[in-house]
Design a binder for this molecule. Sequence first.
Ligand code: HEM
Length: 196
Amino acid sequence: MQTATIPGYTYGTDEAATSPLTMQDLERLKAVVGLTEDDRQSLLEAADILADQADDMVTEYRRRLGELPFMRPYSGHPDGTPDPQYSAASKPRFDRFIIDACTRPLDQDWLNYQQEIGLRHTRAKKNATDHADSLDHIPMRYLLAFTAVVIATARDYLAAKGAPPERVDRMHAAFTKSVMLHVTVWTRPYVDAANW
Ligand code: HEM
């Protein structure tokens, strides 16, 4: 996947937001989610297996969201009709996230881009990258609740290349921790520092 050719993907650049979190905040969160060096290894294995499936995973995620009429105005037009341009423009970045979540070092660039993704789900920055007219804020409750679908769905994809079940379990556990870590950091723009 060529990151340079993904419009709006500003990972590691000055255009991404600056995270209000410190590396110590990140270390503590990693400890709480239980992400270990073994998990990092399992995530690298997962990246190989998911590399050519990420786009299908995102298609499935979106299909699940599309089944719920009240969710459609957040990714389509405000009246719930589809916005193929917005979907197509934002999809490569979501695809890239699947692999980034398995491979990116957890450093300052990582922190900054997670802040950026969080902002892009809120009225601070949603729609801006792709000039969409969709509803401008995804309620935090839906961001959190949808994490269950993102995590549960991943298992079949991790198993799709014939890895033994115990290896699939390890990769799935590591992927679960990684997604929880990401989404937790994405909630930072939703609340003030004291409550977060
Ligand atoms: C755990 C749950 C979720 C994950 C893992 C996730 C992941 C992502 C990622 C990686 C991006 C691309 C960010 C970027 O690099 O620009 C994105 C953007 C987006 N997501 Fe989510 N998302 C989640 C929940 C939701 C929900 C519940 C909705 C509701 C419809 C949603 C709608 C969108 C939309 C519309 C965008 C484009 C935002 C923009 O205008 O820049 N997401 N999401």
